[in-house]
Design a protein around this ligand. Structure first.
Ligand code: NCD
Length: 438
């Protein structure tokens, strides 16, 4: 990571540290990149009144598009977007072109990710070219530094699922699974339901996620492989996770900020959050390709159930699934728009909007964005004295307007453009270095 070494004294901030159970007003001193009890002479003083200071955020799911599609994002621009969003670690998915599916490709990606404004961890593909026909060399990718494997964009194919889980268990790896059965999606482009019927768009049924979740939980149970289910979008999937945990299956899971806050009515032109009162959708905003994403935006009931599962801790992490795409791939008719939306710079704000609405406690949001995802990939985070400074300071009450011209990401594919959101990051310190400040 690059940036000046932090020597700071932040005074009078709300310090929230899930690692130590802290939630109190206090000062945080950093000397030579380490959290210390007393600020060094000459340290820069930052008036922290009104700010919240927490461990740096860790994103288990981001697409950086390099190699192959660096018009949409580069590692460098993705890292700048991450630092602006308060992230100090992002895990890069292997669905690049070519895919990151070998030890050599992992080594190259690790080296390419080393010099940016955010720590980049690499996820290797589970199958060669992510094609689901031939196993990638998982143990060699782990030795080269992969923190997990995933065929994200697709689930591990049925034909390879048993062997993949066995090898993941043998290598002591983590499988991050995009749960989607393509035979049940069968051309669906938005969540199946009344809105899809009304808009005349082919529906993507919740069963396409749930059947893969159930398959994977069964395989994790018998093989003891570590399974992490990413971007869960249905209440039924959360129930399946609860049931598996009760049987002793080791499984973790995440949800995206957009699945927590937006529902399928956004495809019809609504721009209300899932917890807001019903408002008539704006027909001029209907069929906006920027609302197309995999898995699709779900029902309002699903979104609220996912939010409740973050609040009660069932969902371990909020992960962005930051999926940059060039404008022309999103301005296409809805059914041919590329799925995916950017999230690194808006994740905190969507979480804070849920906090403002009384749906989530701020410490639970912080844990789901920092210490809990970090622990899943073996990273420690703490504000305790002696820890490496890896923190974010944000103003939860400040407002900003999402504007394509000021985003750090090289892409601007989000339906939040033009909307005003709460939460502005003032300072990000990763690995003892100042990686962002505003
Ligand atoms: C992802 C992308 O663009 O890489 N898109 C998305 O909607 N989540 C891949 C994928 O999971 O389909």
């Amino acid at each position: 990571m690059t940036g000046p070494t932090a020597n700071l004294l932040i005074t009078g901030a709300r310090l929230i540290d899930p690692a130590t159970g802290t939630d109190a007003i206090g000062d945080l001193a950093i000397s030579d990149g380490l959290v210390v009890a007393d600020a060094p002479a000459g340290a820069e003083r930052i008036d922290g009144r009104g700010l919240v200071v927490t461990p740096g955020f860790c994103d288990l799911h981001a697409h950086l598009r390099q190699p192959g599609r660096d018009g949409a994002e580069t590692i460098e621009s993705g890292c700048r977007a991450a630092a602006r969003g308060g992230f100090t670690t992002i895990c890069a998915m292997p669905n690049t072109d070519p895919a990151i599916d070998s030890a050599e490709a992992v080594s190259r990606a690790v080296a390419a990710g080393a010099g940016g404004a955010c720590r980049v961890r690499i996820i290797g593909a589970a199958s060669v070219r992510r094609a689901g026909r031939e196993m990638a060399d998982l143990a060699a990718m782990a030795a080269a530094g992969a923190v997990a494997v995933s065929d994200d964009g697709c689930a591990v194919s049925g034909a390879m699922a048993r062997e993949t889980f066995e090898r993941v268990a043998a290598a002591g790896l983590l499988l991050i699974e995009h749960a989607e059965d393509p035979s049940l999606v069968a051309g669906g482009v938005m969540r199946a339901g009344p809105t899809a019927v009304r808009l005349g768009l082919p529906g993507w049924p919740p069963a396409a996620e749930l059947t893969t979740v159930e398959r994977d939980l069964a395989l994790a149970g018998t093989t003891r492989a570590r399974l992490h289910l990413t971007h869960l979008s249905c209440a039924a999937s959360i129930e399946a996770v609860r049931g598996a945990r009760a049987r002793g299956v080791a499984v973790t899971c995440d949800v995206t900020p957009h699945h927590l806050s937006m529902a399928d009515d956004w495809v019809a032109g609504s721009r209300r959050f899932a917890w807001d009162e019903e408002r008539a959708p704006d027909p001029a905003l209907a069929f906006d390709g920027r609302c197309r994403v995999n898995p699709p935006l779900a029902s309002r009931a699903d979104a609220l159930a996912l939010l409740a599962a973050v609040a009660d801790g069932t969902i371990d992490s909020i992960a962005t699934d930051h999926a940059p795409h060039p404008v022309e791939r999103k301005l296409a008719p809805f059914a041919s728009a590329a799925p995916g939306l950017i999230g690194l710079e808006t994740a905190l704000s969507l979480g804070l909007a849920a906090v403002e609405a009384g749906r989530l406690a701020l410490p639970a949001l912080v844990a789901a964005m920092s210490t809990r995802p970090a622990a899943i990939i073996g990273e420690a985070r703490s504000l305790a004295v002696g820890a490496t400074a890896d923190i974010v300071a944000f103003d939860p009450a400040a407002r900003w307007r999402v504007d394509a011209t000021t985003l750090e990401s090289a892409s601007s594919n989000t339906p939040l453009l033009g909307m005003e959101l709460p939460g502005v990051v003032r300072l990000t310190v990763g690995d003892g270095r100042i990686t962002y400040r505003s």
